[in-house]
Design a protein around this ligand. Structure first.
Ligand code: FMN
Length: 189
């Protein structure tokens, strides 16, 4: 079974992470999921719901505790078997930790391991505006082989509602790992 890891942190747009997990589960991926405590706070604030409200019942989704450094995902020998790691959305705090090699939780460790093992690492960074520190950290991640995707929906596919806008961004996340999907209509010229 094809496998990816998804980490969700406490930036605005936690719903992107939720939708990504749903899409991957529906595409028959095994999803190993880590949710930061701050992501739970932001989801409650933005949608008045819990992750369990959205994700219970999804197939092949396995939750790991953000404090559990003994998780198999913390090991390179396990992570190399994964097609990629998403951190979506990625807070500037988590971005800073990974860019500077600091491991305060399992998400930071997974980011570090993905970079050292050359497992594709995709960060959906959400903040506005960006400071020089944010930009430097994104450059560090890029130079280390990671991929920065902005949490920026487009309008050329003529979104009709919020779901269309979320699906565009989730589709872009899938595109960078070359995962086939029909979440948004591609530009035909
Ligand atoms: C409602 C809400 C929205 C937030 N939005 C953002 C955001 O868009 N980007 C960001 O970097 N941090 C945002 N934060 C702050 C982060 O949650 C905070 O920096 C936290 O330490 C991130 O921790 P984590 O990366 O471990 O989840 C937000 C916090 C709250 C309560």
């Amino acid at each position: 079974m094809r496998k990816v890891a998804v980490c969700i942190t406490g930036a605005s747009g936690v719903i992107y992470g939720v939708s990504l997990v749903k899409a991957l589960s529906e595409l028959s991926y095994r999803v190993d999921l880590v949710i930061s405590g701050n992501a739970r706070v932001v989801l409650k604030e933005e949608h008045g719901k819990t992750f369990e409200d959205y994700l219970s019942g999804l197939k092949n989704v396995f939750l790991h505790d953000e404090k559990d450094f003994t998780s198999p995902l913390a090991s390179g020998s396990v992570l190399v078997k994964y097609e990629g790691v998403y951190i979506a959305p990625c807070s500037t705090s988590t971005l800073a930790c990974i860019a500077n090699g600091i491991n305060k939780n399992l998400i930071h460790r997974i980011g570090e391991v993905a970079l050292k093992e050359r497992v594709p690492l995709v960060l959906l960074v959400r903040e506005a505006p960006y400071s020089k520190i944010h930009l430097e950290n994104m450059l560090k991640i890029t130079e280390a082989g990671g991929i920065i995707v902005p949490a920026s929906p487009a309008f050329y596919h003529k979104p009709k509602n919020l779901e269309d806008m979320i699906n565009f961004v989730v589709g872009k996340l899938l595109d960078v790992l070359r995962i086939e999907h029909n979440l948004y209509k591609r530009w035909k010229g």
